[in-house]
Design a protein around this ligand. Structure first.
Ligand SMILES: Cc1ncc(COP(=O)(O)O)c(C=O)c1O
Length: 362
């Protein structure tokens, strides 16, 4: 008898490759997953410890206290939120709920890789809208809309480039999309952005029936290991997601920690201030070494390495990795000349800059 085989679509896919382990046994500096530099809020850690004795109980299907805390913090209606095991689960749920085989899903050229992956797993056809100079182009997205388009995924700010679209451009995108196309605004890095013309997209959720905003506790709140994402959208979209997503995706530990984290304003301010200091510092240091960094409003930088043998991004990634510094190669995103690295602690940033200088001078 032949062995069981997955669907041909799945058999042809390569799994998500995060680069979270180094070939060295010593100290590891993880700059490969855009995690929080400072670790979680002490209040979140305390809340997590306190909930330990209750983990024999399933979590709530809809964590009401968390929805209320988020509602208060961001001025949103708690009734229109959905929670999942990371925003990754919510991206998958949207694809499962809205895509029939052959339906098209538009993502941007250098957009988050889970969008085309989840679309493909759901039987959809990912359609890439080219960036212009590593920035999302609303026109390129609109030009790719067909009768089969069901979802447009927009990461704003964008991972891996770190750029963002102004509020007016996102509003234009929503205005010009057909009403039956769902616009997913993934604002995973929203908390880091302090630009007057930026919006997380929640006002578009309020004003339309075809926009959902996704958020996460993995980035600014530094709780990636607990896996908690949330969405804010029209009731119909939330209802559809509830049908396909797992009922207990937001676990007890994550929910308790998130309620504490979101209330810890001092931690939030400290994390934003840390990034506002060390992200431009790191960028300036790299530029002084002759490397170009894409402009970023986030806690990571996409860095262009030289093309000449000995100094390429691939070689830089290997050199750093051998010294315990994990970065993210961009070949999987179609940009092999770049490395993406997140902003860590001051000490980590000083080490990474010195190590990159050493690499370039060898
Ligand atoms: C744009 C974007 N969306 C979603 C995610 C997934 O986040 P989560 O940890 O909530 O699944 C990431 C993580 O890197 C991201 O960069």
């Amino acid at each position: 008898m032949p062995a069981p085989t997955p669907r041909p679509t799945i058999a042809a896919m390569v799994r998500y490759q995060p680069n979270l382990s180094a070939p060295t046994a010593g100290r590891i500096i993880r700059l490969s997953a855009n995690e929080g530099a400072l670790g979680p809020s002490p209040k979140a850690m305390q809340a997590l410890a306190e909930v330990a004795a209750q983990v024999h109980h399933y979590p709530e299907e809809e964590p009401k206290a968390l929805a209320e805390a988020i509602g208060q913090t961001y001025g949103l209606d708690p009734a229109r939120m959905v929670f999942g095991c990371g925003s990754d689960e919510l991206i998958q749920a949207l694809c499962q709920a809205y895509i029939d085989p052959g339906d098209e899903v538009i993502h941007t050229e250098y957009g988050f890789i889970m969008y085309p992956m989840s679309a493909t797993v759901a039987g959809g056809v990912p359609v890439s809208a080219p960036d212009i100079d590593y920035r999302v182009s609303v026109d390129a997205i609109l030009e790719r809309v067909t009768k089969r388009t069901r979802i447009v995924f927009l990461a704003n700010p964008n991972n891996p480039t770190g750029s963002y679209l102004a509020r007016s451009e996102v509003a234009r995108l929503q205005r010009e999309l057909p009403e039956n196309v769902l616009l997913v605004i993934d604002a995973a890095y929203a908390e880091f952005v302090s630009r007057n013309d930026y919006s997380d997209g929640s006002e578009l959720v309020e004003a339309s029936e075809n926009v959902i905003m996704l958020r996460t506790f993995s980035k600014l709140y530094a709780m990636a290991g607990l896996r908690l994402g949330w969405g804010y959208g029209p009731q119909d979209v939330i209802n559809a997601m509830h049908v396909v997503k797992q009922p207990f995706g937001a676990n007890r530990g994550a929910v308790a920690a998130a309620i504490a984290a979101i209330g810890d304003k001092e931690f939030v301010e400290r994390s934003v201030a840390h990034n506002e200091t060390w992200q431009p510092w790191t960028k300036a240091k790299f530029e002084a070494l002759g490397l170009k960094c894409l402009p970023s409003v986030t806690n990571f930088l996409m860095v262009r390495f030289p093309d000449e043998a000995g100094h390429t991004a691939t070689e830089a990634g290997a050199y750093l990795s051998e010294r315990g510094i994990l970065t993210r190669g961009m070949a999987g995103y179609g940009a092999p000349a770049f490395l993406r690295l997140s902003i860590g602690t001051e000490e980590e940033m000083r080490i990474v800059v010195d190590t990159v200088a050493e690499f370039l001078n060898q």
